[in-house]
Design a protein around this ligand. Structure first.
Ligand SMILES: *Cc1c(COP(=O)(O)O)cnc(C)c1O
Length: 362
């Protein structure tokens, strides 16, 4: 079966000696490899204000804290995502307010968000779902107009762009995940990118109990409680090896995505997604809408190709029952969207076969 997601690891000859060296180095906690990995990622994104963390969820939690969200405040979010985008809002004790999604692509709809802003709204979190970038033109306007910070959940969107600039440069906070199935994995890990460098020291303290790495442990005074969110040298060593292959790996997702954009556009029963203006998708999953989705997925499976929705909408969980509201855009989107394999393991022959199978109908 051709899977929808699959972790990429660098060749054994490269990765294993590096891992062996760090494991027996006597220093596996947070040290130089972590700082080196951050430096490499900063260059990749083109933003100096980036810290590494143990997960993308940690990055979301810290982004909400740094954005000044307090218990009882509201964050406008999307149900079309993986759970951590919203469970981390609950961790803060803030209320999730569900924005509706655009039924043509499943991305948070700026018109809906605008209509939900109140004096309690302290942040807007958007998810570049499956690598498709949200309507940043509109969201940037909204953020300026109401002075509300934007948090981009780019767990699916490493390597995507807005106005030619990498995601991670374009709003107050952006989070990335390095979890097993994302574009780049360190087994687990995450990054928090900030547009403004003024909160870097606070962010570094928050990831390490509230302690400052600039002073000795004996001279430290904790003034704000922090967490144990730092990345370790082992994960960072994997990351440093991954960085050498990142352009090629993400380049394959993007090339496959663009191939499908052309090859599937006039196929009966398929409705292509609409990409937002001035954005470039990084195709973590290939996304489209299909008629009779169950039949489509069964037909694909019979041909050895995985196809599914992969994510369950977040607004149906009991912990969010007080946030429940009607979301007509979400209903429309959720009824028909599907993903097909698009990642680094899909070569030219495989993608041609996938298109051929789809064109035969279902
Ligand atoms: C994976 C993911 C996260 C969280 O990342 P972890 O590194 O697993 O904590 C957050 N948001 C979305 C949309 C994700 O898919």
């Amino acid at each position: 079966m051709i899977p929808l997601v699959k972790p990429y690891f660098p060749p054994r000859e490269e990765l294993m000696p590096a891992l062996e060296e760090i494991l027996y180095s006597g220093y596996v906690a947070t040290g130089q490899p972590v700082f080196d990995f951050e430096d490499r990622f900063k260059v990749y994104i083109g933003n100096d204000n980036i810290i590494s963390l143990h997960s993308g969820t940690d990055a979301l939690h810290l982004a909400y804290i740094l954005a000044g969200v307090k218990p009882g405040d509201e964050i406008i979010s999307t149900p079309m995502t993986a759970e951590p985008t919203n469970t981390s809002i609950a961790m803060i004790g803030a209320k999730v307010v569900w924005g509706d999604v655009d039924p043509t692509n499943g991305l948070l709809d700026p018109k809906s968000v605008r209509s939900l802003i109140t004096e309690k709204t302290k942040a807007i979190v958007m998810v570049h779902y499956a690598g498709m970038v949200c309507d940043m033109d509109e969201f940037t306007k909204i953020s300026k107009e109401y002075n509300i910070p934007i948090i981009e959940d780019a767990a699916h969107a490493m390597g995507s762009k807005y106005n030619g600039k990498m995601t991670g440069c374009n709003s107050a906070y952006t989070i990335f995940s390095l979890q097993a199935i994302k574009h780049m994995t360190t087994v687990d890990g995450g990054f928090l990118a900030m547009r403004d460098g003024s909160q870097m020291d606070r962010a570094r303290k928050l990831r390490w109990f509230g302690l400052s790495k600039d002073k000795s442990r004996l001279d430290n005074d904790i003034t704000e409680v922090g967490y144990k969110y730092a990345m370790n040298n082992v994960n960072a060593t994997i990351g440093l090896c991954q960085m050498k292959h990142l352009d090629e790996v993400i380049g394959t997702y993007i090339a496959n995505g663009k191939y499908y954009d052309e090859a599937l556009k006039n196929v009966p029963g398929i409705q292509m997604v609409r990409y937002n203006n001035n954005t470039e998708c990084s195709y973590w999953l290939y996304t489209m809408k299909v008629e009779r989705r169950d039949d489509f997925c069964k037909m694909m499976e019979a041909n050895g190709i995985m196809a599914s929705q992969l994510h369950h909408r977040s607004d149906t969980h009991s912990i969010f029952k007080e946030s429940k509201r009607d979301l007509p855009g979400m209903e429309e989107w959720y009824a028909n969207f599907v993903h097909i394999p698009c990642g680094w393991w899909v070569n030219e022959e495989t993608r041609a076969k996938i298109v051929e199978v789809i064109k035969k109908g279902w």
